[in-house]
Design a protein around this ligand. Sequence first.
Ligand code: F6P
Length: 466
Amino acid sequence: MRSNLLVVSNRGPFTIEENNGSLKCRPAVSGLVSAVLPAVKKIGGTWLAWAGRFAEKPGEVQAVIKDEFQFVEILLSRKEVEGYYEGYANGVLWPLCHLMPEKVKLSEENYQIYREVNYKFAQRAAALLRSGTLLWIHDYHLALMPHFIRQKNSWQRIAFFWHIPFPPVELFTIQPWAEELLRGLLGADIIGFHIDDYRENFLRAVERVLRLPVNYEWGTVYYNGREILVKAVPIGIETKNFQKEVPEIPEIKEEIAGQKVFLGVERLDYTKGLKEKIQGFARFLESNPEYWGKVKLLQVAVPTRENIDQYQAYAREVLAEAAKVNERFGNNQWQPIKILKRNYSQEELIYLYRIADALVITSLEDGLNLVAKEYIASKKEPGVLILSKRTGVARQLGAALLVNPYSPEEIALKLKEALEMPDNLKKKSFSFLKEQVILKNNEWWLENFLGKELRFMDTGFGKYYR
Ligand code: F6P
């Protein structure tokens, strides 16, 4: 039986490309997708999302793909993508929520397009809703959508999960649209964040901006005669997907031969602290010449949001920073940094995780960071996790080597500590980390955030798994 769940997000499980009249689907690269896909596969239902195609050719029709669940595509025009996705969501909300106000580009026109696109998503979703459907909306791209749905149907059950940090109210209100955005989110019945800090920041914003009564302990807000529940439940991964056997990647094996490996896996996003990681690595090499020729930083750098100027500039800066370090410390036989600038499949990533002596995460601000969990889940032998204190996941994975990403000295020290950690200590901290990742897996997240709602979906009672 297909369940009565409707998931809506900007980026869906696939990107679709049209080639001579036939459609080609590719798995999408996104933290949101890796978290939500196992849940939707388990529960079934429908997923409505943009798949990267533009609605510009006359007669273009949205694709509907039926598999373990039904995928329904929403088409957007180029102008809509520029205003809603690149302009407001990624030009205002993304930097504001990641505490980088200097990167914010306010534009009334872009915000109005964001509004219109949220309304369009709401209309498409409304057409797919049946009695008893649970609507689950995701992320900062669609903050106004719960309100638009609520306007049409006051009885609709709506869950919302916010996947990135939620900033302190002082930052959130730099944008003139803060009030409308909060009212948009409060159209939902249950709102989820990864960690308590984000949940509290949201509640404080609701209290200050909307002057509504808020209960911090229970996480409840009363609004328009409804009680809204606000929870902090960090996403978990489907750990069994990372335990499989995978083939080697010969060119990587050759690249790292005889060396210790520091691994990084990030999108080329300025919040990820890639430049800081490279600078920290340079500081490490500077003060530890005995490691020259014996260690390598393998950095997967996945191109992302390439139409946005800031992202193009950032990608160039990261490559230049790496080239500088290679020139300074490298020679014909050895280059300390290898940038792998493409997307890697899950199988390839598992191989990279397994060959890495340490995973190095230096995000300047990060909602959670699932890569940390994937590394721990994939490894058969204990490895070291160097983890930015400024990630949501640092609250769960306190047994990692925590680091301030703004300090190259601290990064350098942690790199050395990782290489020289005694085996018994490595084993102990790794087993703490593994226990957390396995215990708080994807099913745990789903049950704790949405279990009650899912049980009441469809029939009012009963089990939600197919
Ligand atoms: O939640 C933030 C997020 O949307 C994640 O799903 C994902 O990791 C990343 O940002 C990808 O962004 P985009 O969909 O813009 O490529």
